[in-house]
Write a protein that binds this ligand. Structure first.
Ligand code: AHR
Length: 642
């Protein structure tokens, strides 16, 4: 190889390597959002889904020795959260009448950790008590306490208690027993661990956020994905319904509930406990640029493919304008004021906004233009991200892409899921890409599929990760046009997934980063600020010759040269790297290697460290590096320039 360190070809955008978060595979509810109670507000389609009544009698609709549990529905009073449970007690003793919540595939409970239980209650007399307990699958008690609701003005109040678990249990349940007399209305029955990210009450799962933080993502694209589109437009994602008091965030069915192509998940709903305020806050925590995607008036093509007529797009466009004001507006504005009232007076620094997810063709373009005109008129500096759909769609993908460029859209969002071979062949995709327009590229969703797209047998093999690493050399080399890229999907619960492969697997207690995760992390944490040519055999970039793929950057802040080389051969290869345009380099380089002898290797919960990065050092010459590239490896070399 020859590095031409004094001939930079592109600036690497700070946003280059980021993450795409979608509530798929229990990514939010049951995942990142640390709420342990499923269907806390009884708003799932079946109001008692996730709940079990503890009683030997049928107490739902009738009275059992004067006691009863009834789900009442009052949409005229509370449109966003109309249902609650009415508990009627008459000399009821502990153990006679109660409820158990099963959690999202159980509740992961940790020994010695404190848990916060809360509930909204309403009553006229204070004669009822709630015995609250965490129990194992077998019914052994892990923690317990008693709540005696005190307010009697027949308005909603919050009751809270906390307790510490005496043992670890992966599939615990929350058990409530009622005792006493009177009528007690309950809603928003909730349980959170106290070890959330940054210790925020009602916050996010710290172990998952930590993995994201470790990636140092340049941006976060949220909230989807297909859930932006919804099965139909009534079930689309609407950001305004995801902020403010939790009980006012109107729950909807998740578009991945009962997904036909994959595994049925009938209990998949969106509580929006992780809503737009929390997304912006997460971006800020992680130092990532926020990239929200909004519905453009089109429902998911796999479902209803419902369209809002172009002349009726106003509410959609208004949502976009209001979102920009919510993120960036001063406290003098309506939405900026609301952001401040929610606890964030400073702006969230929104610079990009996506219009539509995976929408394409003339129906999309017609609608995109309406958004573009309105947004640009009011917020000319906001960069719009236009959707081109799936690369596999072929002609319509290309024509949409070309049309968006003609509209001078700042960024086009390209999605691609394909077999590993595609990623190798397309390491040079952007070398010859259209550079006649100013439009930049966001590779918004990509992942190598070990078997095939949406195949349930897909795996996060080392083969998939290695081929993605090879492909990413091409993204980096073409950083003049590729300015953002993110793997998809990000998270998957082992007992609640719909889509494979995924970047990070988790269960109720632990997390399992895949080889693909380490590839993403290594790229993002070894980014560099300018691209420099890395020629193979003195002529072309390495895009598969002798099974090698490579790219080079310089980090101007640290004055380091950063080289990435992927060897997809089953044999070791010696590489001599000559450095032009440098005075000399430090005598020792740092080397990070991700490798495995088997392309079928995977990380698992039992063996999570099968494919993980290793760090070593390497002696160098003043203007050359000699390195042994192990079979099937990604090697990253960092060396100081002087
Ligand atoms: O990442 C999973 C899905 O793939 C996304 O929701 C959608 O945008 C794409 O088709």
């Amino acid at each position: 190889f020859t590095i031409q360190a004094n001939k930079p070809t592109a600036t690497v955008a700070p946003t280059m390597w980021g993450i795409f978060f979608e509530d798929i595979n229990l990514g939010a509810d049951g995942g990142l959002y640390a709420e342990l109670v499923k269907n806390r507000s009884f708003e799932f389609d079946a109001p008692l889904m996730g709940w079990k009544i503890n009683s030997t009698k049928d107490v739902m609709y009738g009275f059992y020795f004067g006691s009863a549990l009834q789900i009442l529905n009052q949409p005229d009073k509370t449109a966003t959260n109309p249902r609650f449970i009415r508990v009627t007690l008459q000399h009821t003793k502990k153990g006679e009448l109660g409820l158990t919540n099963e959690g999202f595939r159980g509740m992961g409970i940790k020994k010695d950790l404190r848990y916060n239980f809360s509930v909204l209650y309403r009553q006229q007399t204070a004669k009822a008590k709630l015995h609250v307990a965490l129990v194992t699958e077998k019914g052994d008690t892990l923690a317990s306490s008693v709540l005696a609701p005190a307010q009697t003005d027949n308005r909603w109040h919050k009751g809270e208690l906390s307790f510490t678990a005496k043992a670890t249990e992966p599939k615990a349940k929350l058990q409530l027993w009622f005792e006493g007399n009177g009528v007690l209305d309950l809603d928003m029955i909730s349980l959170f661990p106290t070890d959330t990210w940054k210790g925020r009450k009602g916050g996010l799962r710290a172990d998952l956020v930590q993995l994201l933080a470790d990636m140092k993502p340049g941006f976060i694209r949220f909230p989807g994905g297909c859930i932006v589109e919804g099965r139909d437009l009534a079930q689309r994602y609407q950001w305004k319904k995801t902020i403010g008091p939790l009980e006012d965030r109107k729950l909807i069915i998740n578009r991945w509930n009962n997904e036909v192509q994959a595994r049925p998940v009938p209990d998949y709903f969106q509580s929006f406990g992780l809503g737009f305020f929390e997304y912006f806050q997460l971006c800020e925590d992680l130092g990532a640029a926020p990239l929200p995607i909004l519905n453009c008036g089109m429902a998911c093509q796999v479902n209803t493919a419902e369209l809002t007529p172009v002349e009726s797009l106003d509410p959609y466009v208004q949502d976009a304008l209001d979102l920009i004001e919510f993120a960036n507006g001063s406290q003098e504005t309506k939405w900026g004021r609301l952001r401040a009232d929610l606890g964030h007076p400073a702006p969230f620094q929104l610079t990009m906004l996506g219009v539509g997810n995976e929408n394409f063709g003339s129906p999309y373009l017609e609608r995109f233009k309406v958004f573009q005109e309105a947004v640009k008129k009011q917020y000319p500096t906001i960069k719009l991200v236009g959707s081109t759909g799936l690369l596999s769609a072929g002609e319509v993908f290309d024509t949409t892409n070309v049309a968006l460029r003609k509209l001078n859209v700042e960024i086009v969002d390209e999605h691609n899921y394909s077999v590993p071979q595609w990623f190798l062949q397309n390491a040079k995709r952007y070398d010859t890409y259209d550079r006649t327009s100013k439009t930049k590229v966001f590779v918004g969703e990509y992942a190598a599929q070990s078997v095939g797209m949406t195949d349930l047998n897909n795996k996060n093999t080392w083969r998939t990760a290695l081929t993605e690493a090879a492909y990413m050399t091409g993204l980096e080399r073409n950083a003049d046009i590729v300015q953002l890229a993110s793997y998809a999907p990000l998270l998957a619960h082992v007992d609640g997934w719909q889509w494979k492969p995924d970047l990070i697997w988790f269960d109720n207690l632990s997390v399992m980063p895949t080889p693909n995760y380490y590839v993403q992390k290594l790229y993002a944490t070894n980014k560099g600020s300018v691209v420099v040519p890395m020629l193979y055999k003195n002529s072309l970039p390495a895009t598969g010759q002798d099974s090698l793929y490579a790219s080079a950057t310089i980090d101007k802040a640290t004055q380091e040269l950063i080289l990435k080389v992927v060897n997809t051969a089953d044999k070791a290869q010696s590489a001599e790297i000559k450095l032009e345009g440098v005075k000399k380099i430090a005598p020792t380089a740092n080397v990070l290697t991700l490798r495995h002898n088997s392309l079928e290797a995977e990380n698992t919960f039992l063996s999570p460290r099968v494919v993980i990065p290793a760090e070593t050092t390497l002696p160098t010459q003043p203007k050359a590096i000699q390195v042994e590239l192990t079979p099937y490896s990604l090697t990253i070399i960092r060396v100081k320039l002087s």
